[in-house]
Design a protein. Sequence first.
Length: 206
Amino acid sequence: MHVRARGIRTTVAALAALAGAAAAAVPAAAATTPASATPRFLEPADLPPHPTSPWYGGPVTAGQPDPLPVCVGEALPSTATHRSYWTEFDTSAQQITVVERDESRAEDFAALLRRHLAGCAKKLTEQDPDLTATGKYYGRLKVEEGAHVYGLHTASAWGSSDINLFSVGRDGRTVTVVRWGQMGTFQHAQVADFKSTTVTAVNRLY
């Protein structure tokens, strides 16, 4: 994964553009996965409320997202399933779910994702001297086998500023990642709403 100073902004913009096109143009025979074959995903209304726009959701799609999400993308297997969400403004979200062969593998995979998130800010800063990245850990949520919430703020030398929230949750052998992002700082992060979204996502896995 090539993550440069504009990586997070590019991811947010690409998701909004691609997901909007997908909602209108993906044919019925595309690589979407029947809901009965996968864990249930978030509905747009489950996401942190936007003050001036509804949320929209693309199809549940088999495989890794393209582009790969910052921080966790390198760890995602080809067996992942994902869904993208967007508003009419520069705010987007994503849910990615992986069903492992057993609970032990799922536990290890969730721990791997958490390590990637915990070290993401340092890695991004080391990769590009024009980028300042700061991470926060918002704690563990008591839902099924647990979920953990992280924040990531990035600011570039030319003035861009983006805030992303991530969560990693597990129910049995199923692991899910939820990402929410928009322009702003930690002050603009809808942490309480995002925690509620995460609880819904994990409870809805099966």
